[in-house]
Design a protein around this ligand. Sequence first.
Ligand code: GDP
Length: 590
Amino acid sequence: MAKKRVYEIARELGVPTKELISKLAELGMEGLRAVNAVEEEEAEVIRDLFLEGKQQATSDEAQEGATEQESPDEQPPAEEPRPKPPQKGDPRPPVVAVLGHIDHGKTTLLDGIRRAHIAEGEAGGITQSIGAYQAQVDERTITFIDTPGHKAFTAMRARGAQVTDIAVLVVAADDGVMAQTVEAIDHIKAAQLPMIVAINKTDKAAQNVDRVKQELTQHGFVPEDWGGDTIMIPISALNGDGVEDLLEMLLLVADMEDFRGEPSGELHATVIESHIDTARGPLATVIVKNGTLKARDCVVVGTTWGRIRALIDHRGEQVPSAGPGTPVQIMGLEDVPDAGERLEVFPDQKKAKREVSARQLAEEAQRKPSRATMTFEDLLAQAQTENLYVVLKATSMGALEAARGEMSSVEHEGVEIQVLHAGVGPVNESDVALLSAVDSGQPLVLGFGVKVDNKARRAAETRGIPIRTYDIIYDLTEDVRRAVRRLAGPEYVETKVGEAEVLQLFDIDGVGTVAGCAVTSGRVVRGAIIKVRRDDEIIHSGELQTLKRFTQDVREVESGRECGIRVRDFDEVQQGDVLEIYSMEEVQPE
Ligand code: GDP
């Protein structure tokens, strides 16, 4: 029998879906989502329950919400709610990103929605995209990020920023799931975003919606009409078929997720796009998720700052302020910030400038030594994790399968190899971005018979992500085996190489406490492990993060000299503490 979605039942009843769901929850039928598909019999139960509940409510309006109704016997399967951060404030527009394979119709879709849904009479104002726009649908607003592809998305994720609330995955019905579709899926999964699939180009003769559904099922997304819970909507971005359904579903998902923001709360705003305009200087588009950004605010973004000279909305018009859920372009920054960087408001220029110099210093201090010159072993020796996160690229599906198979043969107690993405083609920037979003674990890009594009190489270098390519599968497996062994075992012995005494402390913004020390015996070396001794007791043991003489980073400081030492993640060091310095000597695994 045909299934019905909850939102369709709401439509039949002539009530907003949100109202139906909250009423049903009140009546004991909890956990329903707008997109749940139920059997016709269950739909009947829902309709009856709602209508009864409504009657009851009107008859005893005075006793507000006093009764607790019994649950009906037959309940549709309730879904586990996705854990989400509690949101405060007023409902705000959802922020939607459209992802998918090249040429599958992302731009056509975004342009179509923009044309049809920007408030009438104002469309003339559209000059140029600021990287996002707001569509009006059923008197509500949806914010779309229209920076093409998932570049912006991954760049943001790489910085830990979660700007997108809902992802739309576009898959062309004639082409099916392709390499970048899989990439997009992996990104969406990693970000744990609610997703709607738009199966596009259904106007084409060669379309095959079922095949796309089948392919998506293989990636863990089962369409509702096949008993799963992924919303998949056939559309034609070209002639508009199904696009309104898609928008409706976005609103429903937004209702379910209940995105909120406090207009007068703390500002949370993230850069999604930036560039230099020859006439207007650096321009950056931010999406405000909480609080309100105002023209004339003094802001710091990454390592740049500025007093906002103008706020420009998605129609190209100047606005005095931008609240939660709104994209806005800002003019007046000193430099171009990166996508994913967060914006903070400062009370005055002086404080903003001070913050920027502190950040620049911190960035300098944290700059990792170039990993390009390190060996594979060096890289892995720094890993402090038991998980290996891998992106695997190969020349063909066959090669990919072979490499995957070989890798799964590598086992080691306590170490998990997680392949976050496996795809055909050269190693690209997105592969690196996917791994930069991993916050604990050793990331590793493995290429089998493929090239690494320049952007990927640069990104990997700055983010310290190793990329290794192989022509022989045996070499790949061997390296993975070594990596796993390395991650698993205690293969180092500590050798004490020196001691230093803490003479004074410096607090450096963005870095933490740096101890000014005198080396009293032996030497201090980079890469050492430091044990902090106080009153003959070791109170902390950690990695040496920075070693400086005056302002210079150095490799080694000898006995009799002074130096600045920071122990990673440790700010409790005190004057008079003794730092015992240990170097880690490698013991060859058998
Ligand atoms: P993007 O790379 O994902 O942004 O894809 P585009 O939006 O640029 O679309 C690629 C091509 O597919 C263009 O020639 C579009 O006209 C065409 N296209 C997009 N959507 C549809 C559709 O629904 N039906 C048909 N027949 N063509 C489409």
